[in-house]
Design a protein around this ligand. Structure first.
Ligand SMILES: Nc1ncnc2c1ncn2[C@@H]1O[C@H](COP(=O)(O)OP(=O)(O)OP(=O)(O)O)[C@@H](O)[C@H]1O
Ligand SMILES: [Mg+2]
Length: 253
């Protein structure tokens, strides 16, 4: 399955992408994580240190189409995928290294071409950590056009839910057939009630809810992988999310 993790800025996309990738890997799946953020942080969440994260090679467009476009997926992964302590392979498709370096359209086109390939020979699941917002769905061709399912990450805020609503509309236009709604950083029953109400109002599904977690914040700050034992409620929610991922059309309405 190709799983796109999307949502408003800071909602927790990178965190969720890393926890989901780890969960799938722990279930015995071969997982490829793809960082498509021009400010790539997914490596940090998968247990690489900052220098190792910086050193992850960026997949050039020519490796996917063009002069080197005849690389097999195995060769592509051999050249550009990096093993991480989380037990998943990581590829980085975009990085901005200079100020005023211009737009990142080429990188987004690389991601689209990459996802259009039959990655299945090397990865059972591909988890794609997206840049904030919805531009990747509206770019011509849509960076995520080949995703099977989207995870809509929402903090308990109106703007996060409205972003998810807009995403669903664009995803349907792109022909992406399935999506799940994930609440994140939900702190207590009042916030859960508020998020449920917002999702009802804006017709966004709420399939799983990750609580606000001090353990997660601390692990992030210390550059450690979140231990399985230290935040069971977080892991339970991510397991629930993984169980709900299906590359099927979402129910209408
Ligand atoms: N469930 C959670 N509980 C507490 N803190 C969280 C939770 N999920 C994410 N965070 C924290 O929120 C911050 C933003 O998370 P993250 O980087 O995953 O968001 P993002 O959506 O990828 O952001 P961006 O839009 O910049 O890519 C981080 O400091 C992270 O540790
Ligand atoms: Mg991020």
């Amino acid at each position: 399955m190709k799983i796109g993790v999307v949502g408003k800025g800071g909602a927790g996309k990178t965190t969720v992408a890393s926890l989901l990738a780890r969960t799938l890997a722990e279930r015995g799946r071969r997982v490829l994580a793809v960082d498509t953020d021009s400010n790539p942080n997914l490596g940090l969440s998968l247990g690489l240190d900052p220098a190792e994260t910086e050193a992850v090679p960026v997949v050039p467009r020519s490796a996917v189409v063009g002069p080197r476009g005849d690389l097999t997926v195995a060769e592509l992964m051999g050249d550009y995928a990096v093993a991480t302590p989380a037990g998943v392979a990581l590829m980085s498709a975009l990085r901005v290294t200079e100020a005023a370096a211009g737009c990142t359209c080429g990188g987004h086109a690389t991601v689209r071409s990459l996802l259009g390939q039959a990655l299945d020979s090397e990865a059972d699941d591909t988890v794609i950590d997206m840049e904030a917002g919805i531009e990747h769905l509206s770019r011509s061709g849509g960076t995520l056009a080949h995703a099977d399912v989207l995870v809509l990450v929402m903090e308990p805020s109106r703007k996060a839910v409205i972003t998810a609503r807009r995403t669903i509309t664009l995803a349907a236009e792109l022909g992406i057939g399935a999506w799940v709604g994930l609440g994140n950083k939900v702190d207590g029953p009042d916030q859960l009630d508020a998020l449920e109400e917002l999702c009802r109002q804006h017709e966004v599904p709420l399939d799983a809810v990750v609580p606000a977690s001090g353990e997660l914040v601390a692990a992030d700050r210390l550059g450690l992988l979140l231990e399985r034992t230290s935040a069971p409620d977080v892991w339970q929610a991510v397991e629930h999310l993984a169980d709900h991922l299906r590359p099927e059309p979402a129910p209408v309405g």
